[in-house]
Design a protein around this ligand. Structure first.
Ligand code: HEC
Length: 121
């Protein structure tokens, strides 16, 4: 009897946890974008975040296909994880590894591709 209720608890936990992780990537990436990127890059990725006027360098316009097409997915990953300085861009673009997991950064790359409605060349 005890064993059975332990099994039920474990089963419930597994179902609960897989429910959490089955959140679609877009939902999580969109939330992360709002949380971590929008103040500079704008909520819609138009580069018009509230912090933009305080910066000497314009944040990348993520919904601009012409611009975003020039970046490889791997470049987007690197600059998001390690920050602008790591790719000889402005250090105003912060590094996000440690804030977001590797999986979340990968999902962020996909989300930016949705924003620009473009793929790498
Ligand atoms: C504090 C402001 C700020 C925040 C927050 C920010 N960025 Fe940036 N980002 C910038 C600036 C400024 C640039 C332009 C750097 C340059 O051109 O030298 C930039 C550039 C970029 C680029 C283009 C890099 C390139 O090689 O041209 C990508 C991709 C990017 N950011 C992604 C993100 C993502 C994803 C987030 C959120 C996880 C984010 N940024 C959060 C300021 C910010």
């Amino acid at each position: 009897m005890k064993k059975r209720s332990a099994l039920i608890i474990i089963f419930t936990l597994i179902v609960g946890l897989s429910g959490l992780s089955s959140k679609t990537f877009a939902e999580t990436a969109k939330n992360n974008y709002r949380l971590y990127c929008s103040q500079c890059h704008g909520l819609t990725g138009n580069g018009e975040g509230i912090d933009k006027p305080t910066m000497g360098v314009a944040p990348k316009i993520h919904n601009n296909a012409e611009e975003m097409i020039k970046l490889k997915d791997a470049d987007i990953y690197t600059v998001t994880a390690q920050g602008g300085a790591s790719v000889t861009k402005s250090a105003l673009m912060p590094p996000w590894e440690g804030v977001m997991s590797e999986a979340e950064i990968k999902d962020m790359v996909k989300y930016l591709r949705e924003l620009c409605n473009c793929t790498e060349k």
